[in-house]
Each structure stands twice: as C-alpha cells, then as structure tokens.
Design a protein around this ligand. Sequence first.
Ligand SMILES: [Zn+2]
Ligand SMILES: [Zn+2]
Length: 241
Amino acid sequence: MDEIARSLQEMPLQAAVVWCIGINIGLFILAIAFGELFVRLFRHRRITPPAAMLTWTEILLSISCVALNSIVMIIGVVLYKAGTVEILTNGPAWRVVLDVIVLLSVMDVAMYLLHRIAHIPGIYAVVHQTHHSYENPRPLTLFVLNPFEVLGFGSLWLLVISLYSSTAMGMTIYLALNLAFGTIGHLGVEPLPRRWNQSWTWWISTSTFHAGHHTSLETNFGFYTLIWDYLLGTLDAEAQD
Ligand SMILES: [Zn+2]
Ligand SMILES: [Zn+2]
C-alpha cells in the first residue's frame, strides 16, 4: 500500500484518473460478486423477502454512484498531490491499528449524524428517499443512492482525511471494512449465527440490523456499530434478534 501511495504521488493526473475509475469499478464488481455469493450460500436464512425485479433505475443509479465515487477519489488524489491530504508511509503496525480505529470511530459517529439529518422531512425527499425506495435490499442496493447522498458521504470522507493523517495501510483497511459493512448490510440474508447477537459482539452492525432500518425508517441509523443508536435511543433491539 505504501508503494501505491508513493507511486500515486508521482503519477501524472491523467493516469491517476484512469487508476481511480479502475479501482472503483473493481471494488463495485467485488462487492456485488461477494454479496451475490453470500445471498446464495445463505438463502435458507432470509431476513427480508427477495428483492423485486431489477429495474433500469437501480442500474443507472449504481453506475452514477460508481462514477461519483471515482470523482471523490480523484479529488482525494489531487488533495494528496497538493499536500492537503497527508498519507503516511512506512508507519509501524500500532499506527495502522490506531488509524483504523480512529477512522472507523470518527466516520461511525459522523455518518450516524448525517444519516439522522438525511431523514429530516424535506431533506429526506431530496437526498435519501431514493435508497429507501428499496425496502427489500439486494447487494446492488448499497450503490443505489441519490447522487447528493454519494457526494455528501464523499465530502465527509475527504474532510476527515484532510484533518487526520493516516497511514496508507490504515486507510486501505478502513475502506475495505466500509465496503464489507455496506455489502453485508444489503444482503437480505443473515450469514452470522444467532449467538453473535447474544455475545460481546452484539454492538457490531449486522445484515439484520441494517435490514431493520430499511423496514422501519425510525430506527437503526448506524453503519459500523450500534453504539450511537443505543446512546441516542434509536436502537430497535429486536432487529438484531
Ligand atoms: Zn436511511
Ligand atoms: Zn441501506
């Protein structure tokens, strides 16, 4: 990862643009492939009815999401080249662990708050209703987002990495976890055993947890943890059972 960060710094912008688009298309294919594989492997553990027939709206919104995510990444590379975003290379292992914890924690609280704001009537209709048009999610639903929403989360990410210098590896692990949580949240099946929710891991977001948000718009706003839903009274405890 350090090597990639260093070569991005020296890469001409045009090549970096191609690189960003390629990475985003690759991650999209990876998320859909793993998601669909899990849906098939755990089809006996459905938590929502199967999603309706795929529509062109979903396909077009997903393409726009991947395109906008690529643009956000390109802006990130430009900010990195300009020195606004600092990416540390050769960081020790403890620093990588710290970066993952910091990025997950900061993004968890900030995205919880942004998600609550996105549900305020008026804002909801413009920004977030698109995603909630799909009550029964499928892996693709992760990418079926209103362009304003994609840019909102993208801007938050750029702000966070402009303020916090992370190691390249820490940032990569965070982004991989973010994609994994997003994919898991839209499976429509629950791959984890029931005892997961009864152990110390109960506070980590699961497929059932986010499916609960798609069913009831008043609860389960968190992305990685249930902590903020628990503290701010929006947790639907039954949604984790
Ligand atoms: Zn929502
Ligand atoms: Zn969702």
